[in-house]
Ligand binder design. Structure first.
Ligand SMILES: [Zn+2]
Length: 467
């Protein structure tokens, strides 16, 4: 027999585009099939081609439903893969919503590109469409946390809770090598030790090889317990000024975290109740899944207990979930105080742009940024205090006050990552993925100090034999 080999085809020295390939005597297994997200030209090149033939993949394991982990599945199946796709039940449901949205975005993006480049005769095809997304989804084979399944003959697999988002899983794989059986553990994205909704990540036993994310290597998060206070302060200000609080939010996890904090604060009477609008069809669909799966193993005990006591942890008297354009537009003429939670989180698209256009010029309003704002995004420009910005090509004065909450993150920070590796005690090696070079270097240093050996930062396409 030959030893299994693992190679890294994305998220090696960068954060997005997770695709890790495991080749064994029994067949080829793909861990995640994520989309690379970045500037258009670069992203197009990285997303259009696979470094391996899609038809050669015999099984796919999906760690969670973020697009940088699942977003290229439709292309994989469009280009000849016919393999079963394993995920947890929660991930399977959420991936349906995420891929449908991603497919619509691919199609409208290509249409837009072709329109503005029509004179030069430049055209692009969408990466994939909704039919391709449905084809991929048709291969889903959900598995429960803690239950064994066999993605390849002779290979046993099991999902553990990763604590990152609803449904997120750490994958444990038992492989055969020339030296005997070896356990490989892939964390996917790892949650925090102390989360808001999610349970602390579970640590599999008997790990030989660990493939771990390193997004926040070298960095520490603020404590989540302070989140309510800052939110309450912003709401009280809006009540006084009669203004609107516009919260650009990510549809998955962040929106539900904020709604849950509001639910708890309103119930406890910590702030005056104000109308709350969740204005994003995707966020509405995802919150429905959260609500339906409120007993999912992903959630921590405290949240589950609260959900049982409250009955509806994402619902209270003055919250409205908006799907239609008309409902969204009707907010323009409504008077504050109110909270509008709308996508996208970095103000790069989506309905939040309409609310910003409508509200950013008034000094009684507050724009509350609740997530990471990448360089070059409108959210980043606001965060940096720019006084004039462009929305849909029109210039606007920024009169509203801009606030940022840094507490939110669904990722483990440096101390969480170190704690996880120390508890997992990988016997034969650690591969650091899903991190920028500085983050990987910082985490390597921190782990080395703890006596962890054989820490590898793989390069894109690099292959390693597991023995
Ligand atoms: Zn993620």
């Amino acid at each position: 027999m030959a030893n299994p080999k693992i190679s890294f085809h994305g998220a090696a020295g960068e954060v997005t585009g997770s695709r890790h390939l495991l080749e064994t005597d029994a067949g080829t297994l793909l861990l995640d099939c994520g989309m690379f997200q970045g500037h258009r030209g670069d992203a197009q090149a990285k997303n259009r081609t696979f470094r391996f033939p899609p038809a050669s993949v015999d099984a796919v394991i999906l760690s969670h439903a973020h697009v940088d982990h699942c977003g290229l599945l439709p292309l994989l199946y469009k280009e000849g893969c016919d393999a079963p796709l394993y995920s947890t039940l929660g991930t399977a449901e959420i991936t349906g919503v995420m891929l449908a949205d991603s497919a619509r975005l691919q199609v409208s993006d290509a249409q837009f590109y072709n329109k503005i480049h029509a004179a030069e005769n430049l055209t692009i095809e969408p990466l994939y469409d909704e039919d391709d997304a449905n084809k991929a989804l048709g291969h889903l084979q959900p598995a429960e946390y803690g239950a064994d399944f066999s993605p390849l003959p002779g290979v046993r697999a099991r999902f553990h809770n990763a604590g990152h988002v609803l449904g997120s899983a750490i994958t444990q794989l038992d492989l055969q090598t020339e030296g005997g059986p070896r356990r490989l553990v892939y964390t996917g994205d790892l949650g925090r030790q102390e989360g808001l909704l999610m349970e602390t990540p579970e640590v599999p036993e008997g790990t030989d090889y660990l493939v771990i994310e390193s997004t926040y290597g070298g960095r520490l998060h603020e404590k989540l317990s302070d989140a309510g206070e800052k939110l309450a302060e912003v709401i009280k200000r809006a009540v006084k000024s009669g203004g609107k609080v516009i919260i650009p939010s990510f549809a998955l996890e962040r929106t539900q975290e904020i709604v849950f904090i509001l639910d708890r604060m309103f119930r406890e009477g910590k702030v005056p109740q104000v109308p709350v609008y969740v204005d994003s069809p995707m966020a509405v669909s995802l919150t429905e899944i959260f609500s339906k799966r409120r007993d999912d193993f992903s959630f921590d005990d405290k949240f589950r207990a609260y959900a049982r006591m409250d009955g509806d942890p994402f619902g209270f008297d003055y919250i409205r979930y908006l799907r239609t354009k008309e409902d969204s537009q009707s907010l323009n003429n409504k008077k504050g105080p109110m909270l509008i939670i709308s996508a996208s989180g970095m103000c790069e698209g989506g309905r939040v742009l309409h609310h910003l256009r409508n509200g950013i010029g008034r000094d009684e309003n507050i724009i509350l940024l609740v997530g990471y704002q990448a360089m070059g995004t409108l959210g980043r420009k606001l965060q940096e205090g720019m006084k004039k910005i462009k929305i849909f090509g029109m210039e606007h004065e920024v009169a509203a006050s801009i606030e940022t909450m840094h507490v939110f993150s669904s990722h483990a920070d440096n101390s969480d990552l170190v704690a996880f590796v120390k508890a997992a005690k990988p016997a034969r090696g650690v591969f650091l993925v899903h991190g920028e070079p500085e983050a990987r270097a910082a985490l390597t240093e921190a782990l080395t100090k703890e006596g962890i050996k054989n820490i590898i930062s793989p390069l894109p396409g690099e292959e390693f034999e597991l023995n």
